[in-house]
Structures are given as C-alpha cells and as structure tokens.
Design a protein around this ligand. Structure first.
Ligand code: ARG
Length: 459
C-alpha cells in the first residue's frame, strides 16, 4: 500500500478501507492524461522559477520514461498504489530521486484529477465525434442511392404517406448532426483548465495558470478555484449527449429489427452482423441491433447515476466525485462500441426495395393524394376526405389497393374522378409532387444530399 499521505497517521489503513478508497483499478485509464498534465505543470513551475531548469528536465525525462514503459507494458500499473496520481509520483521518485518529490509543488490531487478527467473527456469527445461522422457518411451513402426508393412513411406505426428511403434515413442524418453539435458545444464550454486551483483555494506559489492552460490546449484557466475542483457539469452534459446519441441509434435499431422481420422483409442484415439460434436452424437474429437498443439503458443509467451522485455534494471537493469515473468510462466504451457496430451494420445491410414499394402501395399511403386530387377539382377538402374514406372501405372489402380499383367504382362514389386519377396516386407522383423544403420529393432531396456533402467536407 503506497500512500502519499502517511505523515499524520499512526496506524496502517485497514485493508478493506484501502481497497474501498482506492481508485487505481479504474483511474489507471487516464495515465496518459495524468502525465500530460504533470509535464505542463512542471514546465510552468520552471518558467516561474519555482523549479530549476535542471529539475524540470529530470522530471520530464522521468515522466516520459514512465509513459513509454507503461505503453510498452514494461511497467505495470498495480493495485499497490492508491490511484494513478500516486502511481506516477511514486515511480518518478523511484526513477529520479529527490527532484521527483518536487512534482507536486503547488498542486493537489483535487485539481489534478479535475484536470485529468477533463483531458480524458475532451479526448473522448473528439474520438466519439469522429465515429458519429463515420456514421453520417454511411447514412449519406444510403441517401444518395435511394432518392427513388419508395416506402411507406408511418405514424402510430400505421402506414401513412409514401416517402423514400433517402428521406427516412435523412431524418436520422439530422439527428446525428445535432448530436455532433451537442458534443462540440460541450467541448467548448468545458475547455477551461482547472490546474492551479489546488485543493480548493488556489496556492501561494506564483503559478502562471494562463500558461499551463495554453500548454494543455485550453482556452484559458477556470475562474474560481472552488468550482474548479468540484465541477462535474461537463460529465453530466457528456452523458446527456451520449444518452441522446444512444436514443437515436436505438430508435433506428428498433426499425431495423422490424424491417428485418419476416413480416416486413424491408431489409436483410448481413450475415456478418447477425447471429443464429442454438435450437432453431432457420433463425438469423438481429442481435447487434437489439444490443445497441439494450445498451441505451446502460448509458441512461450512467447519466442518472452521476446526477444523483452530484446532487447533495457541498463545496468543494468530496470523495463522492470519484464515482464519476467508472460510469463515465463505461458509457464512453459503450457509445463508441455501439457507434462502430451500428455503422458497420447499416453499411452492409441490404434493402429490399421492391418489398418497400409494394408495402407503400398496399397500405393506402396514397389516400391523401386521392383526396388532394378531388380538392384540385374543386371539391372541399373535408368532403374529399369522406369520399376517399369510402373508397378505401371498398378497397379493403375487395382486398385491393386504390391503384387497382376500377374507374367505375371511383365514379360511383364521385363523378369528379377521371382516368388521370391513377397517375395522380401513383407512388412516383405522390413522392415527386412533395417538393416543399424538408419533403421527400427527389429535387428537394438532391439539394439536401448536396448540402450534407458540403457539411461532411467542412465539418
Ligand atoms: N481519486 C480521487 C478521485 O478520483 C482523486 C484524489 C483526490 N483525493 C483526495 N483525497 N483528495 O476523485
């Protein structure tokens, strides 16, 4: 048990207490960030004349050595240390002796851990953003290829009006663009450096916090030392943005699971992304989509957890905050894993375009267009709605679609109908006439696709 704080104690810590208190089993995840922060701190201390240039060089070389050895596996991070900060400091002192004991000058583990967590979260925001971008590129490809792929659009899970696959997928494109902008917002808001806040009240050493902040790529130092060591808002915001990303993937997964079912047959998930049953030889299950949907709950759980942990904590640092890590790390791994797999699944999935179009035709998705036909011939919309409702009933009775109903039947209910009704309610017309901004018409869709392309090039 290697501890940094033995001085005022007369007894060894109870083993169970030590284990309960220790965070090394999980905070070792940010050893890179911890060392990056220490190097910046030391560079600043030397610049301020608090350390000599020689001490700085020694400490830097020692830290670089630790980093290289941990990366290569030569140096193992073990539970003998309380946390990653203790591990690095103890190893440094082992390597370089007395100079190593000066590393922690003007610093507390409270501002150190606040820094490490911010650096870690910031790095992970960047990596997650890359993955969301890859997902957007996969969606864009599906959109480009399916401007004329007709399918039913649903409300209440009832067939409503015809749309295209490009349009449907385009809805998800919008969601994931918003997700990226949420990540960017968080990154910007959190990008202030807590190092130099000390335990809670700053320090009497003449630290140059602007300089440390600059070295670590922050926009500047945090403005209040008590807030600096006790702020975990950015973790809450991250987990909230992650929850939304998961929610978006989960909704799409739910659709894919339905579309992949024997009843819909809109898509076929690639063999590489499906699994079988141990008993039923015919089965090909959409497990990946189900797992992404399921893991959404886990990420929501992390958000609820951190909100609950933070709710009653008085200023400034309290050990409760150590609980921010495991759940955040788990959520990060979950979201990144899900994004990569989800992107792989949708890029390899086959769309059964004929089934999609047939489904749109058989579900009276063109009934609104039949009513609009009457309106265009002077019938008030409410009357037109009633007339088409009766036509639909007739079709249901005969087991046919509106396209298949003979003209006499149309005329029997309203003499306004002429032969051009069939063209007016064809899938092609129904979709292509929807040309308002945001609608599925191919001209507007092509515009959206061009804008998406520009967005992907520029962001
Ligand atoms: N392991 C702690 C955490 O994760 C950081 C160390 C601060 N510890 C302390 N006793 N002040 O929050």
């Amino acid at each position: 048990m290697a501890q940094l704080w033995g001085g005022r104690f007369t007894k060894e810590t109870d083993k169970l207490v030590y284990n309960f208190n220790a965070s090394i089993s999980f905070d070792q995840k940010f050893y890179e960030q911890d060392i990056r922060g220490s190097k910046a701190h030391v560079a600043m201390l030397a610049r301020q004349g608090i350390l000599t240039a020689e001490e700085k060089d020694q400490i830097e070389a020692g830290l670089d050595g630790i980093l290289a050895d941990v990366r290569s596996g030569k140096l193992e991070i073990t539970s003998e240390y309380e946390d990653i900060h203790s591990f690095v400091e103890a190893n440094l002192i082992d390597r370089i002796g007395d100079a190593g004991k000066k590393l922690h000058t003007g610093r507390s583990r409270n501002d150190q851990v606040a820094l490490d967590m911010k650096l870690y979260v910031r790095d992970e925001i960047d990596e997650t953003d890359e993955l969301v971008k890859k997902l957007l590129e996969a969606l864009q490809k599906i959109m480009e290829e399916n401007v004329h792929t007709y399918m039913p659009g649903f409300t209440h899970l009832q067939k409503a009006q015809p749309v295209t696959l490009a349009h449907h997928v385009g809805a998800y494109f919008e969601m994931f663009v918003r997700d990226r902008s949420r990540l960017a917002d968080i990154r910007k808001r959190m990008n202030t450096c807590p190092l130099g806040a000390g335990a809670l009240a700053g320090t009497t050493y003449p630290l140059d916090r602007e300089y440390t902040a600059q070295l670590l790529g922050f926009d500047g130092p945090t403005r209040n030392s008590m807030d600096s060591v006790s702020d975990r808002d950015y973790v809450i915001e991250l987990l909230s943005a992650f929850s939304t990303i998961m929610m978006h993937m989960s909704r799409f997964c739910e659709e894919i699971i339905m579309w992949n079912s024997n009843e819909y047959r809109f898509v076929e998930i690639d063999d590489a992304y499906s699994t079988g049953s141990s008993i039923m030889p015919q089965k090909k299950n959409p497990d990946i989509a189900e797992l992404v949907r399921g893991k959404t709950g886990r990420v929501y759980g992390a958000l609820t957890s951190i909100l609950t942990t933070m709710k009653g904590i008085p200023l400034a640092y309290n050990k409760d905050m150590q609980e921010d890590k495991e759940l955040t790390f788990d959520a990060i791994d979950t979201v990144k894993g899900c994004l990569a797999l989800f992107t792989g699944m949708i890029s390899t999935m086959q769309f059964n375009k004929q089934n999609m179009e047939a489904s749109a035709k058989n579900g009276f998705t063109n009934a609104t267009d039949a009513a609009d036909y009457l309106v265009n011939h002077g019938v008030p919309f409410r009357d037109a709605h009633g007339i088409v409702g009766r036509l639909v009933l007739t079709c249901i009775d005969k087991g046919i679609s509106l396209d298949e109903l003979p003209l006499e039947e149309y005329k029997a209910i309203s003499p306004v109908f002429e032969n051009d009704i069939y063209e007016a309610i064809s899938m092609k017309t129904c979709v292509e006439k929807r040309m308002t901004i945001g609608a599925p018409g191919p001209d507007v869709m092509e515009k959206v696709i061009a804008e998406n392309k520009k967005y992907l090039e520029e962001n």
